[in-house]
Design a protein around this ligand. Structure first.
Ligand SMILES: [Zn+2]
Length: 65
């Protein structure tokens, strides 16, 4: 019998197989399902690039003041 775990991100109950394994978590799995993790990863990559550009713009204009 598969144990179900609720994804913190999409709030859906899924079998543990659907969660990424992570040794730092008590039950050995991340609290986000693989689907959400991969979606977040894609989003984060875009955000990080935007943040990086925004931050470098910020420090650049700041140093000019
Ligand atoms: Zn999810």
């Amino acid at each position: 019998m598969d144990m179900l775990k609720k994804c913190k991100e999409c709030q859906k109950e899924k079998p543990l197989d659907e969660f990424q394994k992570h040794k730092h978590y008590k039950d050995g799995c991340l609290n986000k399902c693989k689907e959400c993790v991969s979606l977040n990863y894609k989003k984060k990559r875009n955000i990080n690039i935007d943040e990086f550009i925004a931050k470098s713009d910020c420090s650049f204009s700041f140093s000019l003041e």
